[in-house]
Design a protein around this ligand. Structure first.
Ligand SMILES: C[S@@+](CC[C@H](N)C(=O)[O-])C[C@H]1O[C@@H](n2cnc3c(N)ncnc32)[C@H](O)[C@@H]1O
Length: 317
């Protein structure tokens, strides 16, 4: 466990320098280094480490991605963005002790702020990839009959908006996010045939009015963990006003058990939120039940999803 970051860093560095990107052809360390203007020694050592980790294999003087890795990369092109995003998070994890000692997010170093918005685009593309992990469950575990409109609050990356409009040809999604995230998400999706059925609305969901609706369904995915309990309670009550009666709000996030010790991914993720964001945290399912109740909604289902996520649905009577 202690040295786990070493293999992680080998993988994410390979992603950063382009060893896990198309065209996925076998590489010669000399030619690759020349093309990327990198010293050959570093590339050669990294490729050998990737062989040791079972990602590449040696074929004579060339290094080739192993077949099963190639299948994963080709089958899931968005994965590369998650690998690069995980590499950005490495810096935040590096400040964990500072975060623990302060009990909050330490001041962000200047160089981290400078990476914005390049890192925002990577972040949103990674969010798109994460969302696609959950789409099959969301499609199969919920009833989508009669759903014509969705308000997706904090829907940047459009992972859900695109997948849902692709699946349901009459569906319209109103996607709300902060200004910069909306601009990048619009750019990421404009070439998609479904884009005309997605309305992009730049607004701060906590302080600005939400689009009126009313909507058949409201989705709030991975937004609550950025804000305080009080802010989340207010947002859920505000969003409930935009929902039609007899329709559901979907809350997807890393929710915790009452003891705050599981799921593992959520318990670990909340350390990242404390260290990397001003007021982020993960909340127990019981806290979410209270927010739902206070918004005059009725708890309907709790569906555990992969990676320590839970989908909580609540109905407006
Ligand atoms: C972790 S991402 C989740 C994206 C998407 N919902 C998903 O699950 O793939 C959180 C999103 O919420 C957006 N966000 C954060 N604060 C917001 C606010 N005050 N109003 C609207 N959107 C916000 C971020 O810009 C980002 O796109």
């Amino acid at each position: 466990m202690a040295g786990g970051y070493a293999t992680s860093k080998v993988l994410t560095t390979a992603a950063r320098i382009g060893l896990l990107s198309p065209p996925y052809d076998p590489v010669s360390p000399e030619i690759f280094s020349d093309n990327k203007k990198l010293p050959v020694k570093g590339v050669f050592l990294l490729l050998n480490a990737l062989v040791a980790l079972g990602i590449y294999e040696k074929r004579g003087d060339l290094f080739a991605l192993r077949d099963e890795i190639l299948r994963i990369l080709e089958g899931f092109p968005g994965l590369i963005w998650d690998l690069i995003h995980q590499d950005h998070l490495y810096d935040v994890w590096g400040r964990l002790e500072m975060g623990i000692r302060a009990g909050k997010c330490p001041e962000l170093p200047e160089e981290e702020l400078k990476r914005y918005p390049a890192s925002l685009e990577t972040f949103l593309r990674a969010m798109h990839a994460h969302a696609s992990f959950h789409v099959p469950d969301i499609l199969t575990r919920l009833n989508w009959g009669g759903i014509g409109s969705i308000l997706d609050i904090g829907g940047g990356g459009a992972g859900f908006a695109l997948a849902l409009t692709r699946r349901f040809k009459d569906l319209k999604v109103t996607l709300v996010d902060l200004h910069d995230a909306i601009e990048i998400t619009r750019k990421m999706t404009f070439h998609e045939p479904e884009a005309p059925r997605i309305s992009f609305v730049a607004c701060n969901a906590f302080t600005d009015p939400l689009p009126d609706g009313p909507f058949d369904r409201i989705l709030i995915s991975h937004l609550l963990h950025i804000y305080t309990a009080q802010e989340n309670q207010t947002l859920i009550a505000k969003a409930a006003q935009c929902l039609k009666p007899n329709r559901d709000m979907l809350l997807l996030d890393y929710f915790l058990n009452d003891e705050q010790t599981a799921p593992k991914e959520a318990v670990i993720f909340r350390l990242l939120m404390m260290t990397g964001t001003p007021s982020g945290d993960c909340y127990t399912r019981s806290e979410v039940h209270t927010w739902i109740h206070q918004a005059n909604l009725v708890l309907k289902k709790e569906i555990p999803l992969s990676g320590g996520n839970t989908l909580i649905t609540a109905r407006k009577p």
